[in-house]
Design a protein around this ligand. Structure first.
Ligand SMILES: [Zn+2]
Length: 160
């Protein structure tokens, strides 16, 4: 099976095509996908990063994975030898996230990290389905970030 046989998320394809300096014409190393409602947000994040990084920095910047996890956006990336690592600790009814990075990060690494963090925080109040900005995480077990309208629609589906 060649890599082209892999199903890919067209929303990720669009990011790879739009930001060749950041993605180097390749999909993230780890299989990635993006909820429909967060496409604009991700697009804005990579536009910001594209503007922030000069060619040298962009050449060592790598997107490792983009995905939704526990109703929030995760973007794993590295800059040269520096890499982020996110650990999820799941307790009863709550999830805690620890964002680990290099012990002595460069200023640029910190700037990228702040930019990614802001987008991820924005995702926590953005509906995964429609992109509405007044959403919140709902559900137990399978948690999703939904606005009132999409939540009502999902509840109706469950009742059937
Ligand atoms: Zn919605």
């Amino acid at each position: 099976m060649s890599t082209s046989d892999f199903p890919t998320d067209p929303k990720i394809d669009a990011l790879v095509a739009r930001f060749p300096r950041l993605f180097h014409h390749r999909h993230p190393r780890v299989w990635s996908d993006l909820p429909q409602g967060w496409t604009e947000l991700a697009d804005q994040l990579f536009a910001d990063l594209d503007a922030m990084l000069d060619d040298d920095a962009a050449s060592v910047f790598k997107v490792i994975q983009i995905k939704e996890k526990y109703a929030s956006l995760r973007v794993y990336w590295s800059l040269g030898e520096e890499e982020t690592l996110v650990l999820d600790v799941i307790g009863s009814g709550s999830t805690q996230r620890f964002d680990k990075g290099p012990t002595d990060p460069t200023a640029l690494f910190e700037r990228i990290r702040a930019c990614v963090k802001e987008a991820c925080e924005q995702a926590e109040t953005t509906c995964q389905v429609c992109g509405n900005g007044s959403a919140s995480a709902v559900g137990s077990g399978w948690i999703v970030t939904l606005c009132g309208t999409c939540r009502a629609r999902a509840d109706k589906k469950d009742d059937r």
